[in-house]
Design a protein around this ligand. Structure first.
Ligand SMILES: Nc1ncnc2c1ncn2[C@@H]1O[C@H](COP(=O)(O)OP(=O)(O)OP(=O)(O)O)[C@@H](O)[C@H]1O
Length: 241
């Protein structure tokens, strides 16, 4: 059923995180709202994965810095594919279902796998999967709980162009069905196509948080915004390396 709920799913308030004695997140504040595709972009090392690790509970945080809606179900696709290598795809599904709980039936899983062209791999052991197949398989695992919110860390990295288009269409479909998506990406053209709202993070701070439509009324494209916000000027005619 399509939910029109635009309420707040996660409220992040002045979130800080220190790792190895360095302040990685410097008091970031934002909301993840219902029925939205929210993209988090930013240079390498900005703190995107750290933010996701806090949201998904891999890193601890102060209770009042992240407040989740009661009963919120979250499906996660981490930056690294965390899979049982010596087991088959189906066995992985069984294990994750047991540990995380899962609502999806095997036939629903099959249909996602078929759409992403990986159903032939489900009976095979995970260590035989290519990088792209792993990514797609991890995405299917993220759907196991039929979650209200999907948190995806670079879900399309390593995917070929057709697979990217398919995953984008699948994310659109999941969003139309009522799911919210919070994801990180370095592919600004992709973000321009997929996201409703964009947050740009730099050195552990949120530099910009705006609707894509508003951004594109002020900038030629996401790349222009990104370069301005990270403070890079590229002279394309006299570009020296
Ligand atoms: N366990 C750790 N100990 C110390 N520093 C860490 C640790 N994990 C990450 N960092 C540092 O935290 C900063 C943010 O890292 P993070 O992985 O969140 O960035 P990111 O925006 O996801 O980068 P990328 O785009 O490269 O994936 C980096 O400077 C990184 O070196």
């Amino acid at each position: 059923m399509v939910s029109k709920n635009k309420g707040i799913l996660i409220s992040v308030k002045s979130l800080t995180k220190e790792l190895g004695g360095n302040k990685i997140l410097k008091g970031i504040t934002f909301d993840v709202v219902g029925n939205e595709i929210l993209a988090l972009v930013g240079p390498n090392g900005a703190g995107k994965t750290t933010t996701i690790r806090c949201l998904t509970g891999i890193y601890n945080y102060q209770k009042d810095q992240i407040i989740k809606k009661d009963g919120l179900t979250i499906g996660v696709v981490s930056e690294k594919d965390l899979l049982w290598e010596k087991e088959t795809g189906w066995k992985n599904i069984e294990i994750f279902r047991e540990y995380l709980g899962g609502k999806l039936s095997n036939s629903q899983i099959e249909s996602y796998a078929k759409y992403l062209d990986i159903s032939e791999f489900l009976p095979k052991k995970v260590h035989t999967y290519s990088k792209g197949t792993r990514r797609k398989f991890s995405f299917v695992l993220g759907l196991l709980k039929d979650p209200e919110l999907l948190i995806l860390d670079e879900p399309m990295s390593g995917l070929d162009p057709v697979s990217r288009i398919k995953m984008r269409e699948l994310i659109f479909k999941l969003n139309k069905e009522g799911k919210s998506i919070f994801y990180t990406s370095h592919d600004l053209a992709e973000v321009e196509k997929l996201a409703h709202r964009v947050m740009l993070m730099k050195k552990g701070e949120i530099e910009l948080d705006n609707l894509k439509s508003d951004i594109l009324s002020n900038y030629k494209n996401m790349e222009e915004l990104f370069l301005e916000k990270v403070g890079v000027h590229i002279d394309e005619e006299n570009n020296e390396i």
